[in-house]
Design a protein around this ligand. Structure first.
Ligand SMILES: [Zn+2]
Length: 441
């Protein structure tokens, strides 16, 4: 047979097969976890970085009024009462300073010098660490080494005032207390780690990365509880592989980057918008700056509503003149009003809860058994139930003659109406249990 004809026959067979699959109604009993909780079209997480005091003074009351959840990535070292503060783990810094007089910075000593840079006993040295880390992460190693040589020479020459000066982000957190955070956590906000000192981790050696991440986790565990040790954001949004590998041993979820093969991530710097993908989910991070027009911020929300697989993760830093790219709280008020107005189609949840839901959905295997008047459903997942506790939303197809269904979820019984769409009958309901019985009523 002619090749072109052969190909077009193949195409026709494929189309017919596809139509058959698409048209065949789901069998009664067939159950799936909906893409998002509440069978919403999309998800949005509002996240705040740096624990800036104005976030709690001005933005939190607006969210409280709208009952919108959010995640706060806090820097733990500077909060009054914290056990763990910024420090350098390594040899005495005097030895390192002394050695720098004769040995130029190189691949062998760079991480040590940069890890120690903020703790040499002088004020104003931390900016050298921040800049060198950024250069090093971009592969500009020679420039990064030169910057360390410059810093250590200035230290040896006595160009800095003695003392310790933390990063600006730590200073902007001033005014927040653990008691405030405990009260806000009780209202339903998620607290998460943003390290001990807002360190630039690509330029820390592994011992000092461990310290920044492990001790901020220990602090949050001690002050707020285990529930708030799920999520973290390594400062400056770094996606450095060495850092990510260490961080994933300490925190199950990182806003920087997730390891899941079923998740596509579009980071804040990218100009890409959520399009077609063969992945189940897209995490779309957007951070408004002072130049971002409100209609564009609203269009992000529209996109999350219009797509079915998009999780919009909003990143907010400064508020009302304090902090990086500070947004006026009046703008946030208008923006949150817009998000609230789309809540029918949009699941607004913390970073941790959306992560948990997606993982629970991907990990759950469902079996169902259909009798004449009831359907037994069994969920199976390898995830730790003590951590992965976000209620799943299930969609179960039922026989056409069923009009009302009793959902038996442990001792809890709920009566719901059967929905009909595209000649199929189904019910949508929420569960935290592994065994559910649906009874025809
Ligand atoms: Zn930050």
């Amino acid at each position: 047979m002619h090749t072109a004809l052969k190909t077009s026959i193949k195409h026709i067979i494929l189309i017919v097969l596809l139509l058959t699959v698409l048209k065949s109604p789901a069998q009664a009993g067939h159950t799936e976890v909906t893409e998002w909780q509440g069978d919403k079209n999309g998800a949005v997480s509002i996240t705040y970085d740096d624990g800036n005091i104005n976030q709690f003074k001005y933005a939190l009351p607006i969210m409280e009024r709208f009952k919108l959840p959010a995640t706060f990535f806090i820097i733990t070292g500077g909060i009054p009462g914290s056990k763990y503060h910024g420090r350098f783990i390594g040899r005495p810094v005097k030895e390192i300073i002394g050695e720098s007089a004769t040995v130029p910075t190189n691949a062998q000593n760079f991480l040590e010098r940069c890890s120690a840079a903020g703790y040499l006993g002088f004020k104003g040295t931390i900016t050298y660490h921040t800049k060198a880390a950024s250069l090093y992460d971009e592969g500009k190693t020679t420039e990064a080494y030169h910057l360390m040589d410059e810093l250590y020479k200035k230290v040896r020459d006595g160009n800095f005032k003695p003392g310790y000066e933390p990063s600006n982000e730590v200073l902007q957190e001033k005014g927040s207390t653990w008691a405030d955070f405990r009260r806000d956590a009780a209202l339903g906000y998620e607290f998460a780690s943003h390290s001990v000192t807002h360190a630039s981790m690509p330029a820390l050696d592994s011992v000092n990365i461990d310290y920044e991440l492990e001790k901020s986790k220990a602090e949050i565990l001690d002050k707020l509880g285990a529930k708030y040790t799920f999520s973290a954001e390594v400062p400056y949004g770094y996606e450095n592989q060495r850092v990510m590998q260490i961080a994933y041993k300490i925190y199950p979820a990182l806003r920087n980057r997730m390891p899941e093969p079923w998740l596509k991530e579009i980071d804040r710097a990218s100009k890409e918008t959520p399009g077609n993908t063969n992945k189940d989910y897209i995490q779309w991070q957007r951070g408004a700056t002072t130049k971002t027009p409100l209609p564009l911020m609203q269009a992000w929300v529209d996109t999350a509503v219009a797509k079915t697989n998009t999780w919009l993760v909003l990143v907010i830093h400064g508020i009302d003149g304090l902090g990086y790219e500070a947004l006026p709280h009046t703008l946030l008020n208008t923006y949150f009003t817009y998000i609230k107005a789309h809540e029918n189609n949009l699941w607004v949840a913390t970073f941790g809860n959306v992560t948990k839901y997606m993982r629970e959905r991907e990990a759950t295997v469902i079996q169902s058994k259909v009798d004449k008047h009831e359907i037994l459903i069994n969920l199976n997942s390898h995830l730790n139930k003590a951590v992965y506790d976000v209620p799943l939303t299930l969609k179960t197809f039922v026989p056409d003659e069923w009009k009302w269904v009793g959902i038996i979820n442990g001792k809890h019984i709920q009566r719901i109406k059967v929905l009909r769409e595209d000649n199929e009958s189904f019910v949508i309901y929420s569960t935290v249990r592994d065994q559910i019985t649906l009874v025809k009523e």
